[in-house]
Ligand binder design. Sequence first.
Ligand SMILES: [Zn+2]
Length: 286
Amino acid sequence: MRARHALLLAALMIGLAVVAVSWAQSPPPVREITRIAGDVYRFRNANHYSIFAVTPAGVIATDPINADAARWLRAEITRQFNQPVRYLVYSHDHADHIGGGEVFADTAVVVAHDQAKAVIIGERRPTAVPQVTFSDRMTIELGGTVMELAYVGRNHSNNSIVMRFPRERLLFAVDFIPVNSYAFRSFPDAYMPDWIDSLRVVEAMDFDVLAPGHGPLGTKANVVMFREYLQDLRAEVTRHAREGKSVDEIKQLVTLPKYAAWGPKDWFPLNIEGMYRLVQANRLGN
Ligand SMILES: [Zn+2]
């Protein structure tokens, strides 16, 4: 029995060693910091992005992404700018953007929308709970830099906010204004037609550069085009649903060639599926 135990133990240790080696060999996510405008920078962690502003009185940071990313960002901000993070602002409650907020909690005031705080607590998001919340608008001023926070209505969540830097003419908006991209999969946690209304609110704001939470930087033209996409998609799906077509038939019928250059290609049929679900939820058929 003892020999058998020793054999089992050896097998277990070899197994653990294999796991450790394969873990160590998985490539680290691409992380980088690039300057956008003035003293506002973009932080990349693989496919996720946030922004931060450096001022003589400290740093205003936004989505920490996750705990590992946040630790890297904190170390880089200290190394490159030698300033503490004084504010940490969450774009919305989704864990893939705001995980790891606790990394900054010793120096920063954590800010989010009222409803984001409720969801962060309710869904036990792995991050610091916001200390300061707002319902409509809020302004943060630090070391001469102004960041205006605004709630623009429900869209990709019920608590997405935009962050505008008036001096830098820059707007940070996450997940509800993709730049030359379809919406994420089948519209999880989405509100329609509120989303379209919220894009009109953003279109009325004063900015030149749009910094999204994924993909390349954009401009206000990207906001307009994405709003038109949602309207076109909704109109087409509604028309076919009213004709009694099934979701599978509608996926064959809706093409929207105006947006054919967008990706990822496999998200378009999922967008149709999600829009069908949202349309049917607020429609009384015959
Ligand atoms: Zn999201």
